[in-house]
Structures are given as C-alpha cells and as structure tokens.
Design a protein around this ligand. Structure first.
Ligand code: F3S
Length: 643
C-alpha cells in the first residue's frame, strides 16, 4: 500500500508506536519554534532539563506577541529569551523581524522535516511541506532536549482541489470553504492533506494561508506536497538547497476524501463569532464597517500586501473606517518600502503597524464599542479583539482592502479587474534581526529580570513517600481553583514561586502556607479533580509547594497528565468511601513506593494518624511509570539524553 505525505514524514521520524490511526506514536522533531508568550516558560523548562545545547537541527525563538513595552515585564522576558537562547544554541528572532510563522516559512522551513512549535498556528509550515504541529511549551522543551514528541497517530483526510480560482477568489476563501464544510471540530485527530491539480496554481504563501487555518479545524496539522512551486519559493528565498521533492505515492490511501472545485469558490467571510460561520460576501450584504485590520500569520505575506497596496493605490480610505496594516515580516515590509507599495498604503490613509501579531493578540487596535471589524486573521471569538461587543468578520486581504475604501462590506468583484501580482523571482534576504546563538562553550550570562524565576524541578521517587493530607477538597475542582488565572496573576507566568502563593486559595486560603510549613504532602480530591483547562501551572504550583501525590475519586484527563509530567503521583481511591475516612492533617505514608509504582496497579497507603490503611489505583503507561520514577518529564528527558 502506498503512503500519503503525512505517513511518509511520520514513518521517517517514527521513534515508537505503530502507525495505526488512534494509537500512541512518538516522532523525532527536527525543528522547534517558540514565540515570546509561551517561550519564557519553554526555556525555563529547557533549562531545568539541564542539557547544555539543543539537539534539534534548528530551533528558533521569536518575539512577536507581546511587543508592546508599556512596563518592564515584556522587555525583561525578551532579554531573558535572547540570552538563554544564545547560551543553548537557539536562534533568536528580534522584535520587528516578524510573526513567527511567516518568518519560519521564509527563512527556516524545510520540506519533509518535522516542526514542533509552542503556538497553535505552527501548522502554517505545512504550506512548505513540513509536518508542523503546535504543542505546549513543555513538549517543545523536551523536543529541544532531544526527546520525541508523543501524539495519537492521526487519520489523514485528503482535500482534493480541482480547477482554478476565479479572479478575486483567494486562498483565504478556500480555507473558509473547508471550514464551512468540516466545521471547527472537523479536523480533530486528523491531518488535512491537500492534493489535486488545483494546488499547482497556489503559491507557497497561499498554501500557508490554508494550512494556517487548519488549526481552526482542530486538525493535528495540514500539509501540501513539496513540488515545483515549493522549489520556486525556496529559490527566491535563496534556499534552493533546502528543497526536496515530496509527493504522496500514486496509490496512497486516505481515511477520508473531500473534493473542492476551486472555480466555484467566491469571496467569503467567517461571521461573528466562529471561524466556521462562513457565508458568501454577496449574500451577507453591505454592512457598515468601522475597522479593517490586515495582517496576522494568516494573511501578511508579500503577495497579500502587494494586492492590498494595488487596491488602495491612488484612493482614500473611507472617513468612517480605521485601516491598520501589519506586514508579516521585516522582509515583506522592506520590500514594500523599496518598491513604493508602502507609500501607496500610507497615502491612502492606512496606519502601518509593526511586523508582529499586534491586534490579533489584542496588542492594541481594539475596535470601538459595537464595531464591525473586518480582519484578515484566523480567529473571531467574542472578545478576542479586546472589545466584547465588537463583531469580527474574517475575510481575505482583497475583501478587507475593498471594504476599507467603501466603508461597507464589499465584494471585491465590484472593483473590476483584479490586480495581477507576480511572485518575485527573488525575495530581499537580510537576516540581520536573526541573532545566531553563541558558539558552544562560550560564557553567556542569562539575564533574569525580577519576574523570571527558576522552574520547579521534582526529585526521583524515593522508597518511602510520606506527608500530611494538606487539604481535602470537594468534587469538580477546576484548574482555576488549583491555579487561579486572572489579569493580576497572568504577568507572573514565568514566576512559579509567586504563583504558588495562590495555589488552591479559592478552596482554602491557608493551603500554600500549610504546605510549605509541612515540607509538602498530599492533596485529597473528590471526583473529576482538575477539570477545566490544560493549564500546566495547575501542576507546577503544587510541585513548587512540595506536593508529592494527589489522591482523588477521579481525575480530569489532561490535569492527570500534567501531574505525571511534574512527577506528582495521581492516585484514585479503590473504594470511594475511604475518602470520608481521611481528615486534613492525617499523616500518610506509601512504603516500597518504587516497587508499587512500577506495578502501575494498586498502591497501599497507610494512614499513620488513624493506624489504618487503604488501597488506591495508579493507572500509568510504561512511559508514565518511568516519568514518575524519574521525578517528572524533564528529569526523564535528561536521563534519556544521558543514555
Ligand atoms: Fe500571532 Fe495571531 Fe498568528 S497572535 S501567531 S498572528 S494567530
């Protein structure tokens, strides 16, 4: 049986597991990327692993999210990331160099390689034929340390593109159509693989617009083949040597198959407040527009910007519209400046923003109350723009620019002939905002501002685990109870010792002090302990306070995985009535802990205060057993790297 693209790359990188949809596999990671919002934690975790240099082929740290420097915090984070990356062999893309996914595509992406990024739109790299997956910071830290990335073997859905787009219909409209068909849940557990003669007419940046919004389908990732079009792009970036041809086998099999005729695609919009709430512009009608924002990792390429400039040239933005444009990278911005397109945008009345995420991440440009905002971005959830009452429509750059001129949602076909923009034969290459790491062995001082604190690291499991029942909580405790996240605490995400002072305080304000006074101990939980988000800090804060195990009636799945990552033993009562028999401050003990955990079945817990004992269950995979024995995923990764 022939292989499709996703299977080919996975096979090439497979470390463990069988390539059967739904079963756990692990793959080797070639490249990683981080952005500043998740990067600080990823590098603290990498430091905690204790490996001197990254083991990936290339790792890049971008500063593109929190580029506003209204206080010292963001600037401190940037300084920390710049110095820690230099020390450990990671490239550093300075603020102003551009949005991570755009720059990765231009300067670093390599067909056939795997890319793991601590940003959900990492699948953008699929536009150049990479298997590019978004993950948590901890996963990225482990990958940088040489550890494999674990995932469920995805199903592969073939999206066959037939025919050719009509003028004014765009790559954005293709992915909006796919979202309309598959919905925001349609990609879960799948790789979306594009094929068919229609892909030949799509440039790499257009393909990247499509793979970028595969994240909105919930897909593991999306991918295009690496073909002549890819070669042309890489040549124009001066990276011809990075190209390989990568096509699915002629007899490749797929789990699903969808056909889209490009000739039927019209300009579209995703209406408030979901990316799959898609309708043709022609049927939505001419609603009044207050703001137009062009940019983001979805639509900020050179080609996108040139089309916008051509539409705006010689015209004036409607007096009632605020138009902001953020070119995706320094490369794009410089080329626009050199060829005069930037002047056309400015002359028309556009406000040019830094090459960064900007309004997409709520860094400025919140629309006015009740505004209609047209954005070329990928998400339009309520409130994401910074204004809860705003209605955000996701559109192509062409629809955005046309509407900025008219002041109403406009089908660009009304403008007449579409601008013809050729893909440049040569992009302007100047990587002077990418700082190469210091040579191995150099003496680099990692600069830690007051907000950057070392990451808590557990110790290997001991023969005897003892401690008090530090707190006893009810059913349905959420990660918000365990580690509250509010506007006041958010800036401290790199400061676990400070955050730990708030751990479980909604349940018991004295808990952190009690845990510290006793040198740690156990948490006693009810059913569904740790439900809610995937917040890693809900495991890190208890670890900081010395928590060794959580005994609950049941666990929420992701929180349980996070506890294991931190080396905290998650145990469930064999008999739920034993929950009632424990009181706060009871002294508990697990003897022969190593032996008992290795069996990954039943553990006997002694209640020394009451002179009784009870059974708990530990449900762990072989790998999870090793993680608990090592004292968490970071220690485990270090052990593996030393072997
Ligand atoms: Fe940045 Fe928005 Fe993309 S925050 S990485 S431009 S989704």
């Amino acid at each position: 049986m022939g292989l499709n693209l996703a299977q080919k790359i996975i096979k090439e990188h497979l470390v463990s597991g069988e390539m059967v949809a739904g079963s756990e596999i692990s793959i080797k990671i070639d490249q990683t990327l981080t952005q500043d919002s998740t990067g600080t934690m990823a590098y603290l975790q990498f430091e905690a692993i204790g490996i001197p240099r990254v083991k990936t082929k290339k790792s890049v740290a971008y500063i593109d999210h929190n580029t506003l420097q209204a206080g010292f915090e963001n600037a401190d984070d940037h300084k920390y990331i710049q110095t820690v990356t230099s020390k450990h062999g990671i490239y550093f893309s300075k603020p102003g160099n551009g949005i991570c996914h755009q720059v990765q595509l231009e300067r670093f992406g390599v067909p056939g390689m795997t890319l793991l990024g601590s940003d959900s739109h990492t699948p953008t790299g699929g536009g150049i034929g990479m298997l590019a997956i978004g993950a948590g910071g901890l996963d990225v830290a482990v990958a940088m340390g040489g550890g494999p990335y674990y995932l469920s073997m995805p199903k592969v859905c073939k999206v066959e593109l037939k025919g050719k787009l009509n003028p004014w219909s765009t790559a954005k409209d293709i992915i909006l159509e796919v979202l309309r068909v598959l919905t925001v849940k349609g990609g879960v557990g799948k790789v979306i693989e594009y094929a068919g003669e229609g892909i030949k007419s799509l440039t790499v940046p257009e393909r990247a617009t499509i793979t970028n919004m595969g994240a909105e389908l919930g897909a593991t990732t999306s991918i295009f083949p690496s073909d002549e079009v890819t070669l042309e792009f890489l040549k124009a970036q001066g990276r011809e040597q990075d190209w390989i041809e990568l096509l699915p086998d002629a007899d490749a099999e797929y789990d699903e198959h969808i056909v889209i005729d490009l000739a039927t695609i019209e300009p579209m919009a995703a209406k408030p407040h979901s990316p799959d709430n898609v309708e043709k512009i022609s049927t939505i009608g001419k609603i009044k527009v207050d703001q137009v924002a062009i940019g983001s990792c979805t639509n900020s390429s050179y080609m996108d910007m040139m089309k916008v400039a051509a539409i705006l040239k010689g015209k004036t933005v409607n007096p009632n519209v605020s138009l902001v444009i953020a070119p995706g990278s320094k490369q794009v911005l410089t080329m626009l400046a050199q060829n005069g397109a930037l002047a056309d945008m400015v002359a028309a009345g556009a406000r040019i923003l830094e090459s960064a995420c900007g309004p997409c991440i709520g860094m400025g440009q919140a629309p006015c109350t009740d505004a209609v905002s047209l954005r070329t971005f990928n998400r339009n959830f309520e409130g994401r723009s910074g204004t809860t009452s705003a209605k955000v429509y996701l559109v192509s750059p062409e629809v955005a620019a046309a509407s900025a001129l008219t002041g109403v949602l406009t089908d660009p076909r009304e403008l007449g002939e579409a601008p013809k923009i050729e893909m440049p034969k040569e992009f302007l290459v100047n990587d002077n905002l990418v700082i190469a790491p210091a040579p191995e062995g150099s003496d680099v001082e990692v600069v830690r501002g007051p907000n950057i604190k070392p990451f808590p690291l557990n110790k290997a499991l001991t023969e005897k685990v003892t401690g008090k029942a530090l707190i006893k909580v009810e059913d349905n405790i959420t990660t918000d109870h365990i580690m509250p996240s509010n506007a006041k605490l958010l800036p401290f995400r790199s400061n676990v010792p400070y955050l730990a002072e708030f751990c479980l305080t909604p349940c018991d304000p004295e808990f952190p002090a009690r845990a510290k006074a006793n040198g740690g101990g156990f948490i006693i939980g009810g059913s569904n302990y740790g439900q809610g988000s995937s917040r890693e800090h809900a495991a890190l804060a208890p670890l900081q306070l010395g928590v060794k195990g959580v005994i609950a009636k049941s666990f929420a799945r992701i929180h349980m995985a996070n506890l294991i990552n931190s080396g905290i033993i998650p145990m469930t009562f064999e008999n739920e009535a034993d929950y009632d028999a424990i009181d706060m401050n009871d002294e508990l003990a697990i003897e022969n802990a190593i032996e008992q955990v290795k069996k990954a079945d039943t553990i006997v817990v002694k209640n020394l205060t009451k002179n009784t004992q009870f059974n708990v269950k530990v449900t762990l995979s072989d790998r999870q057993v090793q993680m608990i024995l090592a004292g968490g995923l970071l220690n485990y990764t270090r052990e593996q790297a030393e072997k």
